[in-house]
Design a protein around this ligand. Structure first.
Ligand SMILES: Cc1cc2nc3c(=O)[nH]c(=O)nc-3n(C[C@H](O)[C@H](O)[C@H](O)COP(=O)(O)O)c2cc1C
Length: 461
């Protein structure tokens, strides 16, 4: 039996009712069948929530038929990427992606974008997504909890990327409030229909990025369910959603290894890949097809190249790319803080000046000053905490008092002074001298030098 109702086509065959709805070129198919009460209840919840039936058989779908499956896609289209740059909100925009590609990254993700905002707001799309022909292979990541919005968002970019990734790992409060990211990991009735709808409607393959659930067997079940729903590559971040911030700890590569063994699609291992040597360690321990790095790549965007490239040079390259691929200044500044962190920690006044930069030339100027100080072996500059300021003040007052006392004693006992002089001088030359300077924010800095090597750090006011 077949019945056409507007854009809806209903077919009933062998106790299975199939309803196909076409809206704005998004096709969702639902079907119901005779089954146990328990199964029906679960299915009803899912259908109620999403309009899509989990038992959907996706035969004869031209979109799916035209996609290469699993490893075929991974090898032929993506060229078996091993070194992958993680999706990073506020960071993996076009200029940074191109920088990573220059330095050995095989595949790069966009930052997570909110599917409903992307689907409905032109400004959001313009602010958050841009690409160029060289920006490939590229994976665009969305978060969301409704198939309709995720599919609509993905439609906008399906011609400009190699795959769409569903974020199932974001552990932040904003994700809890919005009910997306890692807060969906234990809600398969929400996420599986999204993956099915994407697989069914989007030209490019669908990937997922998950965190670990508290129980590994549950994580394995989820991973298999995602695979069955049409997910063609799974990234596993080897931490639970509770392991974040100061509680992040080391990623669990053994758990990733267990998950990898159970799946037939490519698996990417994520977490604790901080330097070049970690790549092979992680691949060997997990058996994964590739590794994904976030923090390591932010600190050293050339990490995947295995070359010892000075981060000053990387920063210069990045600023050049920001001219070619316009980037919000705040984003560029944030990258500079991260890639130059270890150097800026030793030049606190420059670090504070970087905070104040309001133009690209000012950013470049800080990079050049930093380079100059390193090359000239300039003394370290440290910002004083309030406690250190008090201690410094007390020390200076004490020194002043001592000096006054010495002067008085000098006047009355010249012979004694001469006897002790050598010893005092030896002591002084080994001590670190402390000088202070202020910037326009009234931050007080100390310049830590050895006697004779001191050179006041010029402040830019
Ligand atoms: C600044 C920053 C932004 C991030 N944004 C995202 C994001 O948009 N989507 C996502 O799936 N994960 C995001 N993450 C998590 C990383 O992709 C990655 O899973 C996590 O940092 C663990 O990898 P790591 O140990 O190499 O840092 C972000 C991480 C950082 C540090």
């Amino acid at each position: 039996m077949s019945e056409q109702t507007g854009t809806e086509k209903v077919e009933v065959q062998d106790n299975i009712t199939t309803t196909t709805t076409v809206t704005d070129s998004i096709t969702t198919t639902t079907s119901t069948t005779t089954t146990t009460i328990e199964e029906t209840k679960t299915k009803e919840t899912e259908i109620e929530h999403t309009g899509i039936n989990p038992e959907l058989t996706l035969i004869n779908n031209p979109i799916i038929m035209n996609k290469l499956a699993g490893y075929q896609f991974f090898e032929k289209i993506l060229k078996s990427p091993k070194k992958i740059v993680a999706p990073m909100v506020d960071h993996t925009y076009l200029a940074f992606r191109m920088l990573c590609r220059k330095y050995g990254s095989d595949m790069v993700y966009t930052p997570m974008m909110h599917s409903k905002n992307f689907a409905t707001q032109k400004v959001y799309r313009k602010d958050n997504f841009s690409t160029c022909p060289e920006d490939r292979p590229l994976v665009v990541q969305f978060c969301g909890n409704e198939p309709e919005w995720v599919v609509k968002a993905a439609k906008y970019v399906e011609n400009d990327c190699d795959a769409i990734d569903l974020n199932l790992g974001c552990p932040q409060q904003i994700a809890r409030r919005g009910n997306y990211g890692s807060f969906l990991l234990d809600k398969p009735h929400i996420i599986l229909p999204i993956v099915r709808a994407l697989h069914q409607n989007i030209k490019v393959p669908i990937f997922c990025k998950i965190r670990l659930l508290p129980n590994l067997d549950d994580t394995i079940k989820l991973a298999k369910d995602l695979q069955d729903a049409g997910c063609q590559l799974l990234t596993v971040h080897g931490r639970t959603k509770e392991q974040k911030g100061q509680f992040a700890g080391v990623a669990n590569w053994d758990a990733i290894a267990r998950i990898k063994k159970e799946l037939t699609i490519p698996v990417i291992a994520n977490g604790s890949v901080l330097e070049y040597e970690d790549i092979d360690r992680c691949l060997n321990q997990t058996g994964a097809d590739g590794v994904m790095s976030a923090d390591g790549i932010l600190a050293n965007p050339a990490m995947f190249s295995g070359l010892n490239v000075d981060t000053i040079q990387v920063a210069r390259d990045y600023l050049e790319l920001c001219h070619k691929y316009p980037t919000q200044l705040g984003i560029a500044r944030s990258h500079l803080f991260k890639m130059l962190k270890s150097k800026l920690d030793l030049q606190a006044d420059l670090r504070d000046q970087l905070h104040q930069c309001a133009t690209y030339p000012e950013l470049s100027e800080i990079v050049e000053q930093l380079d100059h100080r390193i090359k000239t072996n300039a003394p370290q500059v440290k910002v004083l905490s309030n406690k250190e300021k008090r201690e410094l003040k007390a020390k200076q007052e004490q020194e002043q008092k001592d000096q006054n006392t010495t002067t008085t004693t000098d006047n009355t006992n010249n012979n004694n002074k001469r006897d002790n002089n050598n010893e005092d001088e030896t002591d002084q030359s080994d001590k670190k001298k402390v000088k202070t300077n202020n910037d326009k924010n009234n931050n007080e800095y100390v310049i830590l030098t050895k006697d004779g090597a001191s050179e006041p750090v010029p402040m830019q006011n």
